[in-house]
Each structure stands twice: as C-alpha cells, then as structure tokens.
Design a protein around this ligand. Structure first.
Ligand code: HEM
Length: 488
C-alpha cells in the first residue's frame, strides 16, 4: 500500500496507477488516446522550455541580505531600505554573461551581469548592472544592432568577429568599454571575484525633496581577480558551468560571498558643467571629484531551491524603482525602463510579478486585473479608481517623482561630447606593464580574427588616438601599420 500523502498524481491530483507502461490495445497494439496520464505528461514536457533571455541568457542566482552600515545615507535618499544603520533587506542576485545562449560557457570574455533585487517594504528595487562601470554605447536606439553583432551571423550561425569589430570600429564611443573588456576584468576568476556597478547615473531624492545624482559600486570583499584567457578557454571546454558551480558550492559550504556597496554622490547642479556628461554611460565620473561613500554590505547566504522557478523566472528590471530612487535622463537608461518589463511580459507573461521570486513583500495593491496565469485577481475587491471606498488602494502623493526642469528643442542628436579617447587612454595608462601585455595579446587575438582590413585599420586608429603606444602595439601585433591620417 502506497502512503496516501506520497502518491504520484496527475496535474489534477488523480493518483497514477502505472508510470512505467502506457495503455495499449493488447501487448503489441497501438497506444490508446484514453491514456490521459501519458497525454498530459508528454504535453507538459513539450512545453517545458520558455524563451531564454534575449541577452544575459546564461546565469546563476542566489539569495541573501543587504545591511546598511552608514547612518548618513538617509541624508541623500528617503529610500526606506536605506534609512537606518543596521537595517536588513532580503535580496536576490543574478550573475550572467551577456552574449551567449543559456547553455554557453561561463568563462568567455564578456561583461558580466550583476542584477540585484532588493525586496524592500516599499516595493522591489532592482539595480540591474554589470561588472563594468561603463557600457559600449550610449543611446538605446543602438542596442538591438549592437547585440546582433554579439550573437550569431544570420547565414553561418557562427559567432562572427567581423560583425563585432565592424560595429565597434564604427561606434567609437565603445572604445572605453572595449579596452575594459580586453583587460584583466574581461574574464573574472569567479562571480565572487568581481565588482558590480550600477553603471548609469541615477537620481536619489531625500525627505526634503532634495535631489542628488548617484553612481553605485559594489566592491567584492573576496577581492577582484581575473582569469587568464588560455585557462578560461580550457575551462570553457571542460566545465562550461564553472562560475555557476563555484557560486553554488561556495554558498552550499557556508563560505558566503559578500560585497560592500559604495556610492558616489554628485550634487544636483554639477551635471551642468562637470567635465564629462554624467548621463553618458560610456564615461566614468572620477573618484577624486566624487569620493565613494560606504552604504552597506550584501551577503549571499542561500542557494535557490529550484533553478527554473527562482532564477529562470526572475524578472529584474531597471523600471523597478522605489520612492527616493529615480531614473536620470541617461538615454540608455530611458530605453531600458521600457525594454525589461516588456521582454518579461513576452518571456514570462503579463502576470510574472506574481511569481514568488518576483512578488513584492509588501504585496501588490492595485486595480490591474485578469491576464494569463492570473493568481488570485484580488478576490472580490473593486477594480476601479477613483472610488468611494476607504479600504480600497489609494495613491500616495509623497511617492510622486521629484519635479525637475527640462530645456531645449525636441531633437535627435548624439551627446555633445565626442571625446571617446581620453578615458580609454587613461584606462590603458593605468594598467601595469603586465596587464598592458595581456590587453594587447587579447585585442590582437580577437581583432586578428576579423578579416576586414578597413575595420582593423579603423580600430587601430581608435586605439592610437587613445594612446599612441596602445595603437602602435596593436598594429605591430597584427603586422599592420597605424594609418597615417591618424598620426597627424
Ligand atoms: C538583461 C535590454 C543595456 C544589464 C536584459 C534583457 C533585455 C535587456 C531585453 C533581458 C531581460 C529578461 O529577459 O529578463 C537592454 C537594453 C539596453 C540594455 C534595451 C540598452 C538600451 C544594459 C546595460 C546594462 C545591462 C547598460 C548594465 C549596466 C543587464 C543585465 C541583464 C540584462 C544584468 C540580466 C538580468 C537578469 O539577470 O535577469 N537587457 N539592456 N543592460 N541587462 Fe540589459
């Protein structure tokens, strides 16, 4: 007799009599359509896969907490979860690579996603950043084209260095991030050994309605460590899930990774005349001008119970903001505010915010109704507003966005600053002699796979403009000359 609490059932809860043999007409006869258990089992299996993320498809997730360590932070933001030293907020993080498919290798040269969801008492706050403080482009309208170059060639279905370098060489704003990517941080030793950055400039607003610009830096308490490309290539072949495994095993054995969160606070009016455009995500803001201020510590201490439910179905979005934290006019960020929740409505469905990993701890109190996979639908509560019911959800004027001035004409124009070379050159000059050697080797190795001569020449020109030594060394490595017109 099987224990009643432990019986195999169909999805509708009926006990299953035989899970080894389908129902056939006689020993050699065809299978009967009345074998509803078989039909259901196959039909469900046929639908097991959902679309993978269009970018950042390969990743690993973990849960933990964030604890505020600095009482002063509430001077800058009224965000509830940051308002008191010692306050702990549960959080989820997903680390990822960008370009590869869900089954691709962890150790490829690529930026890493660093996407944090804070389950605050005033809704989920998602900081969807990378392990790089900058990005390749600075306008959302270029993102789909950029990502196409990182994916597969439409004819060969192969990764294609011509596409990659053609786009980069024609988008010089990418030079800073291209340099970053081919340096030692381009392949982290593990997910634990990398920093995370919000990358964009965001806006913080305090209780008095005062606004500040803010940049986030999660600094790894494990230290920052890279992986040699030859080692990474070998691991990619022998253990493509190396970083996923490292994260899971560290947490599993109680070796909890942690990061210290710092912010750079930029006074509101500084955006008008700071030497760099603080809303241009291809540029950094100097730590000398705006020193890092400690905010708190993030500790990862729990692995997901189920990867699909908690990591694959996680929906992290820059649009998930909370009172006290707002968007800036960064044109990339503005595009992202739309794109994430949009893709999640497609990837997971319109009610994905109701899934356990995405559900806010303070509940969803609104007048949205229906949709596929609706779970509960707010019972018998009324479904419109304004209304005459005291106990129905009410808007909260304290949560309105901070008002700000806008100026100028409606236009389509790049950010005014076209100096893509100074910061890329500074990054090169900051590297040790050894790191410079590895950078040149990596660039030559990757750019060398491009077969378009004019692309290679154009890109050498960009490196040269960043730093003549940088350009010359890449040219030498490729057995090419620095173009004369660039040398002038
Ligand atoms: C994932 C779009 C720029 C970091 C995604 C996804 C989309 C997307 C559609 C898949 C989301 C999902 O299926 O759940 C865009 C667009 C961008 C942009 C349109 C520019 C306009 C950036 C930048 C960063 C970034 C600048 C970092 C600073 C990430 C991360 C993920 C992601 C970390 C993975 C989130 C997760 O782990 O679930 N992006 N992205 N993206 N993006 Fe972006």
């Amino acid at each position: 007799m099987v224990d009643k609490n432990n019986r195999l059932t169909t999805s509708s809860g009926a006990p299953v009599g035989d899970n080894q043999n389908s129902i056939t007409a006689g020993n050699r006869g065809p299978t009967l359509i009345q074998d509803v258990h078989l039909l259901e089992k196959l039909a469900h299996f046929d639908r097991e896969r959902i679309p993978e993320r269009v970018v950042h498809a390969k990743g690993a997730g973990a849960f933990g907490y964030f604890e505020v360590t600095n009482d002063e932070i509430s001077k800058y933001t009224k965000a509830d979860f940051l308002n008191e030293k010692g306050k702990r907020t549960p959080m989820f993080i997903r680390f990822s690579t960008v370009a590869g498919e869900a089954g691709s290798a962890d150790t490829l040269r690529d930026p890493r996603g660093f996407a944090v969801k804070f389950y605050t008492e005033e809704g989920n706050y998602d900081l969807v950043g990378n392990n790089t403080p900058i990005f390749f482009i600075r306008d959302a309208v270029k993102f789909p084209d950029f990502i196409h170059t990182q994916k597969r060639n439409p004819q060969t279905n192969l990764k294609d260095k011509n596409m990659v370098w053609d786009f980069w060489s024609n988008s010089p704003e990418s030079l800073h991030q291209v340099t970053y990517l081919h340096g030692d941080r381009g392949i982290p030793a593990t997910y634990r050994h990398m920093n995370g950055y919000g990358s964009h400039t965001y806006k913080w607003v305090n209780e008095d309605g005062e606004a500040f610009w803010v940049k986030y830096h999660f600094v790894s308490d494990q230290g920052v460590k890279g992986m040699d490309e030859s080692v990474a290539d070998e691991i990619a072949g022998t253990n493509p899930d190396y970083h996923t495994e490292d994260l899971f095993n560290s947490i599993d054995k109680g070796d909890y990774p942690s990061w210290t969160l710092y912010v750079q606070i930029i006074p509101y009016n500084d955006f008008k005349d700071y030497e760099w455009d603080i809303f241009d995500v291809t540029k950094t803001v100097s730590k000398e001008d705006y020193p890092r201020i400690e905010v708190g510590k993030m500790v990862l201490n729990r692995n997901p119970e189920n990867y699909f439910a908690e990591v694959e179905q996680a929906a992290l979005s820059p649009a998930h903001l909370v009172p006290g934290i707002e968007a800036s006019p960064d044109k990339m960020l503005q595009g992202r505010l739309f794109s994430y929740s949009d893709t999640q409505r497609y990837r997971l469905g319109v009610n994905h915010e109701q899934l356990p990993v995405n559900r806010p701890v303070n509940g969803q109190n609104n007048y949205q109704r229906g949709g596929y996979m609706q779970y509960g639908d707010h019972g018998s509560n009324i479904n419109y507003e304004p209304n005459s019911y005291d106990d129905a959800p009410k808007e909260d004027p304290d949560s309105k966005v901070q008002q700000f001035d806008v100026e100028g004409e409606v236009l389509q124009a790049p950010y005014p600053n076209a100096d893509h070379y100074t910061q890329a050159g500074d990054l090169y000059r900051l590297m040790s002699a050894d790191e410079k050697d590895r950078l040149i080797e990596a660039v030559v190795g990757h750019l060398g796979q491009c077969t378009m001569e004019e692309v290679k020449k154009r890109q050498i020109g960009h490196f040269y403009k960043a730093d003549p030594e940088y350009g010359q060394r890449v040219a030498d490595g490729l057995g090419m000359e620095v173009p004369e017109d660039v040398k002038k």
